[in-house]
Design a protein around this ligand. Structure first.
Ligand SMILES: *[C@@H]1O[C@H](CO)[C@@H](O)[C@H](O)[C@H]1NC(C)=O
Ligand SMILES: *[C@@H]1O[C@H](CO)[C@@H](O)[C@H](O)[C@H]1NC(C)=O
Ligand SMILES: *[C@@H]1O[C@H](CO)[C@@H](O)[C@H](O)[C@H]1NC(C)=O
Length: 283
């Protein structure tokens, strides 16, 4: 009897809130990670053609250490590499006219679904394109100049507001205000008031719009939503090694890590569960 009592005193009940692996909480909802593609080196610049439910992104081809653009069907998981582009890095979709634009080392290309190739549109062959965004015209930035251009009505011009401002990434919100990132941070330019406000000082590596035109961005450590009314930045989730983000037609978030593409699907299961166990490690 004595021995039993002594033993008991060495046990402790431990409670812990554990998060299930592959589960993530965003705005108090549980999401499950679904890996869509693995073994892809440095996927950047994600965009979605909502018409065909196809994701486009750039990656680094291992053999030549060169940028290439790949497509991934979000319906069937069909995956492939787009051929015909020199150093493809950027993509953008003109949803109204069903045109998928791609940017390479030598200008702007147009993608053909029939044969998964892209042809140079010979608009500006002397620019190396870093990023693209479509909203009533094709916005694109160049590298290493970091200049923002707009291709509209068959004409290409430097975006007038950014003649003397370096721009790595550019997007346009629902009100037509430009959101852009450079080495100083992430900014929004209000075209009516002609004022610029700082949104964030983080290093932004991707900007995207959902099907309704709401803007999201990624940094190496998280994914964020930009409230276009208040210009507040909402953290959706934090994580290491984020390379880019896109939002599906149904609102599911897709993000890239250093070597994979992952979808976050809403789940009814709770991410957290309470664990309870006896421990005798208190000695
Ligand atoms: C999430 O839940 C917490 C605790 O219940 C609550 O305080 C918070 O307002 C909720 N946040 C959102 C975005 O719903
Ligand atoms: C792919 O298809 C497009 C459109 O039909 C065509 O213009 C292009 O030449 C084709 N490219 C190849 C390599 O077959
Ligand atoms: C980045 O943009 C901000 C806001 O327009 C500007 O003040 C800053 O000079 C820009 N940085 C560079 C390196 O051009």
């Amino acid at each position: 009897m004595m021995k039993f009592l002594i033993l008991l005193s060495f046990f402790a009940v431990i409670y812990a809130r554990e998060i299930r692996p592959n589960c993530l909480i965003i705005r108090n909802r549980s999401y499950e990670k679904e890996v869509l593609k693995v073994d892809i080196k440095s996927p950047y610049q994600l965009s979605i053609d909502y018409d065909t439910n196809t994701l486009f992104f750039s990656y680094t081809a291992r053999k030549e250490e060169m940028f290439q653009i790949a497509y991934l069907s979000l319906k069937t998981n069909e995956y492939g590499v787009v051929s015909g582009i020199h150093g493809g890095f950027a993509t953008a979709v003109d949803a109204k006219h069903s045109i998928v634009y791609m940017g390479g080392e030598d200008g702007i290309y147009k993608f053909h679904y029939q044969n998964k190739t892209a042809t140079n549109l010979n608009i500006r062959n002397n620019v190396n394109i870093w990023q693209m965004f479509f909203k009533d015209g094709l916005y694109f930035t160049t590298y290493p100049e970091e200049t923002a251009f707009l291709y509209k009505k068959k004409k290409v011009d430097v975006v007038p507001e950014f003649v003397n401002i370096k721009t790595m990434l550019i997007a346009v919100n629902k009100d037509g205000n430009m959101v852009y990132a450079n080495s100083s941070g992430l900014f929004v330019y209000n075209k009516l008031r002609m004022t610029t406000s700082l949104l964030d000082t983080a290093v932004v590596n991707g900007i995207t719009a959902d099907i309704d035109g709401n803007l999201y961005f990624s940094t190496p450590t998280g994914v964020y939503y930009i409230n276009e009314v208040t210009n507040e930045v909402d953290e959706l989730f934090k994580m290491e090694n984020i390379y880019g983000v896109a939002v599906e037609g149904n609102g599911d978030i897709i993000y890239a890590t250093e070597d994979s593409i992952i979808r976050l699907k809403p789940t009814k299961e709770e991410c957290y569960y309470d664990q309870k166990w006896l421990s005798n490690e208190s000695i």
